[in-house]
Design a protein around this ligand. Structure first.
Ligand code: DAH
Length: 346
């Protein structure tokens, strides 16, 4: 009996392992466990058995063996069926999205941000000022009285009468910041913003452009502080090997005044068309704040001194990115603007 049970168990395992679908599995169930099934009949043989206990144990073993194999196979078949069903019902629910073009920062915006970051790291505040400005701030407080010839180069657009105008430079923000500070504390600020002039637009002129003004007022400030500061920003924008130099110049609101130059990053000082064979490129005007300006804005020039500078934002961008027409920034030609897109994304 024992041997019979063992070979029966093997037979069951073998048969069930070859089954491919529920139908076949069911047939085997009928064959072994049906009313006239092999195991059912074996079970009813207990009445004739000599050792009923042992017989019972052995029959139970076959039943359990059958049930285990049967259940295992059933699970396998059902899982397979489900997978097949899922595969066949696989619907692509993704709909391609409508293409939405993503903008990128304008090149001027990027350059201004770069300059802001450097100055903020040196403790400067970034401040704003009005674009519609009073003559007083744009000219008078800056030591450019009415009728002064220095105004000629900064003719602008006037609103109603000549006392209100579109600012021709960001320098009025110097006056506003000093007056707001009250004449008794240091000032460190930069002011990027739009400026206007009555110029005909061409490759190097625009009736509206952007400047970045800077002002530092404190005690014992000298031209060497300006030189050091200019050196930092020049190296940051144009690379560590960038050299700087000052040339004497003239502005009404600074004394002494300078033009600040950087060594030509194209020819490295040898001379090329960009630097007009001088090896140097002018990037801003600057100087020590004129005592009259300090006084006009509430600071005692015997106690306080300072420096100021003014960059043209377009000029910085044109130099840095090799753009040769200022109108590029304002004509909103997407092909041009896209060529300055420096993001990694598609
Ligand atoms: N505002 C001057 C201009 O538009 C540029 C400038 C020169 C600004 C010297 C300054 C400075 O603050 O010190 O031509």
């Amino acid at each position: 009996m024992k041997e019979k049970v063992e070979s029966l168990c093997k037979e069951i395992e073998n048969k069930i392992s070859l089954v491919k679908n529920k139908n076949e599995l069911n047939n085997i169930k009928v064959e072994y466990m049906g009313k006239k099934g092999i195991i059912t009949e074996l079970q009813s043989g207990i009445k004739d058995a000599i050792d009923k206990k042992e017989y019972g144990i052995l029959v139970n073993k076959v039943r359990t063996e059958f049930n285990n194999n049967y259940q295992k196979k059933l699970n396998e078949i059902e899982e397979e069926e489900l997978n097949k069903k899922l595969e066949s019902e696989n619907i692509d629910i993704s709909l391609p999205a409508t293409h939405i073009p993503i903008g990128s920062p304008n090149i001027l915006e990027s350059i201004i941000e770069e300059v802001e970051e450097v100055f903020m790291s040196m403790g400067y505040d970034v401040v704003d000022g009005p674009e519609i400005e009073e003559d007083k701030y744009n000219f008078e407080l800056l030591n450019i009285p009415k009728g002064h010839p220095a105004r000629d180069a900064q003719d602008t657009f006037y609103i109603e009468d000549e006392s209100i105008l579109l600012r021709s430079q960001t320098s009025p923000v110097q006056a506003r910041t000093m007056l707001a500070a009250g004449g008794n504390k240091p000032v460190r600020m930069i002011c990027p913003g739009k400026t206007y002039r009555r110029d005909a637009d061409d490759a190097t002129h625009s009736h509206q452009f952007m400047q970045i003004e800077g002002l530092l007022v404190d005690k014992n400030i000298s031209l060497s502080d300006l030189k050091g500061t200019f050196d930092v920003i020049a190296k940051k924008l144009f690379g560590e090997n960038c050299e700087t130099r000052f040339r004497p110049s003239y502005y009404q609101f600074t004394e002494p005044s300078v033009e600040t130059d950087i060594s030509c990053f194209i020819c490295k000082g040898k001379g090329c068309s960009l630097c007009k064979n001088t090896g140097w490129i002018t990037v801003s005007g600057a100087g020590m704040v004129h005592p009259n300006v300090l006084r006009n804005c509430g600071y005692d020039p015997n106690v306080w001194s300072g420096f100021a500078f003014g960059f043209g934002a377009e000029r910085l961008a044109m130099l840095k990115y090799g753009i040769n027409d200022i109108r590029t920034f304002y004509q909103t030609d997407l092909r041009e603007l896209k060529s300055f897109d420096r993001r990694d994304v598609e």
